[in-house]
Each structure stands twice: as C-alpha cells, then as structure tokens.
Design a binder for this molecule. Structure first.
Ligand SMILES: Cc1cc2nc3c(=O)[nH]c(=O)nc-3n(C[C@H](O)[C@H](O)[C@H](O)COP(=O)(O)OP(=O)(O)OC[C@H]3O[C@@H](n4cnc5c(N)ncnc54)[C@H](O)[C@@H]3O)c2cc1C
Length: 339
C-alpha cells in the first residue's frame, strides 16, 4: 500500500516537472521558474510555491502559455501585478502565468493602446505627458492594466471601465478578439472577466484632451491623499480587502467598508503578523511573516465585527486562490435567518 502511494506521488511529481519542460519548449522566450514561492509575486508577500511559473514579456508568449495550458489540461492562473490576490500557504498546484507585456502606443483621436502587463501608473504618466485627461483619479493604484480591467479598478468615484474603448481578449474558445466594454458586464470592482477564463491581451482607451498642468496637479493631489491614508510604499498589503457597500439610495455614494470597520473598532486587530492598518480599517498589512491562514482568520474576524456592529455582510475584493471551498466557507459570516 505504502509502495503504491509512493509510486503515485512520484508519478505526479514527474508529470508536474513536465509542465515546466513543456512550457519552456513551446515558449523559449518565456522565463520558466519551478517551485517559486508566490509570496515573491504578490504585494501581500504571502503564498506557498507554484508548481511552475512562467513570465511572458510578449503578448504572443502570453497567448502561447495560455493555449499550452489549455491544450495540455494543465491548471493555470493568470497573474498581473499580484496586488489584489491572496494565495494560500500551500501555494498553487499548476502553472502561474505572469502577464508582463508592457507595450504602449498613442493613436489618433486622444487614444492610448496598452498591453496588459503595463503598470497602470505608467499609463497614467504617459497620458499626463501627452496632455490626455481621464486617468488622474487612478494615480497610485498598483498593478497592471490587465488586472485593473478585470477588477474594474477605480478610486474617488472614477473607474477604468469608463475610459475603455475596446479590449483585446483571448476568448474561452482560444480566439483573439477585440470586444467593446459593454459586453464585459462591468460593475463596481467587477467584470465578466473575473468569472471567466478569458485573458486580457491589451486595451484601447479613449481620453479627453486636457491641460497638462491641471492634469499634473490632480495627479499630485490624488497621490498626496493616498499617501495620507494608505500604508507606506514598502508595506506588504493588497489594498482594501473588502468591497465598499452599495449606496443607501439609488445614485448615491457607496458606503465605505473602511468606515464601518473603523466604527466597529477593527483598527489594530491582528492575527500573527497580519494586522488591520491603523489609518484605514479596510486594509490588512503583513508586517513580516504573516501566513495566508492568519489573513483568513483576521478577515473572518473583521467580517464578524462588521456584521455584529452594523448588520452588514462584507464581500471580499481581494481574490483568494488555492484554498478549498471548505476553508473559505468555514470562515464566512452566516446571513441572519429571514422571518
Ligand atoms: C496599496 C494598494 C492600494 C490599492 N488601491 C486600490 C484602489 O484605490 N482602487 C482599486 O480598484 N484597487 C486598489 N488596489 C488593488 C489592486 O491594486 C487593483 O485591484 C489592481 O488593479 C490589480 O491589478 P494586478 O495587475 O495587480 O492584478 P492581480 O492582483 O495580479 O490579479 C487580480 C485578478 O485579475 C486577474 N488578471 C490579472 N491580469 C489579467 C489579465 N491580463 N487577463 C485576465 N485576468 C487577469 C487575475 O487572474 C486576478 O483574478 C490597491 C492595492 C494596493 C496594494
């Protein structure tokens, strides 16, 4: 019996080794790493090893990596800047494809076209340099253009979907197609892409002609406001852990999850090295050696606190990857029974 289990584990390990070899053979330009810890790829600096990781610097390599995994039946996960994910301490059994194509070009009619792996802040700066307005409120949001589109990133009442003209995708059927934004079901921190296995290759944005000085000054103000409320640049965090709540009246402002958590007394809560940032109750920081299990435990307690104090059920904005459904559901707050 023991012999059979050992043989089974040995075979599985051999198959997993093959994944790296297959990718390296098919995508010679991609950087393949085996057993790399996902804590090195995410801003929370948490996560066990991925069986294999491939960094694609060109769109064609990104497409080839996705296609190879699909054809070979290899489990895969697409990562951008890693600023909105929590990987489990076990890591990810499969291939993590890191999207790094970072080309960008201007096009007539105040348009910019950017590859998915370009840092969002680089796009903000390019628009500023060209005197194109629209991205100012998004200044300071970490991560890639692709990740921002998938999660419809935004701040101060603006979000990236408003600026999109068209998105180039690898569809679930493996086709490459440009699609209009209204087909992507954008909502607050949501899009169809979050629920599908489509991959963003690039995107075209339509901006407004603006005054360069006023664009720069709004960017400066945005960055200054963020610096006051957010942890310092070198802090390990994924930004707001929970989504803000829907407005109380249609068309009103969303209710900040941070405010609810603050009023409930969440600031300073901690589990191990994971703690609630003292200036913003919706931000969890890893102060050194926090494990994913600590973050799950802490955020469960935050959710419970918000529920007990305000009767609301907070929904995670950060994607949690590599956990069993049981691990995730065990930690969810139960909704009150309706009468
Ligand atoms: C300090 C800090 C402040 C933040 N402030 C804000 C804020 O103000 N507003 C806000 O909205 N967010 C904020 N965030 C969260 C985060 O920066 C954004 O959600 C960001 O857009 C995520 O981009 P990413 O490239 O890091 O995505 P990742 O974390 O790498 O991935 C997020 C999701 O997108 C998917 N994905 C990534 N790239 C692609 C692609 N090319 N194709 C298909 N799927 C893809 C991944 O599979 C994953 O499901 C903050 C984070 C930090 C650390």
């Amino acid at each position: 019996m023991g012999y059979r289990i050992a043989l089974f584990c040995f075979t599985i390990r051999l198959v997993m080794r093959d994944w790296g070899e297959i990718l390296a053979r098919r995508i010679p330009q991609g950087a393949v790493e085996e057993g790399v810890r996902l804590s090195e790829k995410t801003t929370l600096r948490i996560g066990g090893p991925a069986t294999c990781c491939i960094t694609a610097h060109r769109s064609e390599d990104l497409a080839a990596a996705v296609q190879t995994c699909r054809e070979e039946g290899i489990p895969w996960f697409l990562l951008g800047g890693g600023s909105n994910v929590l990987f489990s301490d076990r890591g990810f059994e499969g291939v993590v494809i890191v999207a790094k194509p970072d080309g960008v070009a201007t096009a007539p009619g105040n348009r910019l076209e950017a590859a998915s792996g370009l840092e969002l802040m680089d796009l903000v700066r390019l628009a500023e340099a060209r005197g194109l307005s629209g991205f100012e409120s998004l200044a300071g949001i970490p991560g890639s253009v692709g990740g921002a589109i998938v999660g419809n990133a935004g701040a101060y009442g603006r979000n990236i979907a408003e600026l999109l003209e068209s998105v180039e995708l690898i569809t679930e059927e493996g086709e490459v197609a440009w699609v209009p934004p209204d087909s992507l079901e954008f909502d607050y921190r949501e899009s169809r892409l979050k629920r599908s296995s489509e991959v963003v290759l690039s995107a075209r944005f339509r901006l407004a002609e603006g005054d360069r000085d006023s664009i720069s000054s709004i960017i400066r103000e945005t960055l200054a406001t963020r610096a006051e409320k957010h942890p310092p640049h070198d802090a390990a965090t994924a930004g707001s852990f929970f989504k803000n709540l829907p407005p109380e009246t249609p068309g009103g402002r969303r209710i900040a999850a941070g405010l609810i958590l603050d009023r409930a007394g969440a600031k300073g809560m901690r589990v191990g090295d994971a703690y609630v940032f003292e200036k913003h109750a919706n931000i969890v920081v890893n102060r050194g050696h926090a494990r994913a299990a600590d973050v799950l435990e802490l955020t469960r307690a935050m959710k419970q606190l918000a529920f007990d104090h305000a009767g609301v059920i907070l929904e995670e904005e950060v994607r949690r990857i590599g956990f069993t459904p049981e691990e995730l559901s065990r930690r969810a707050v139960q909704a009150p029974a309706t009468v």
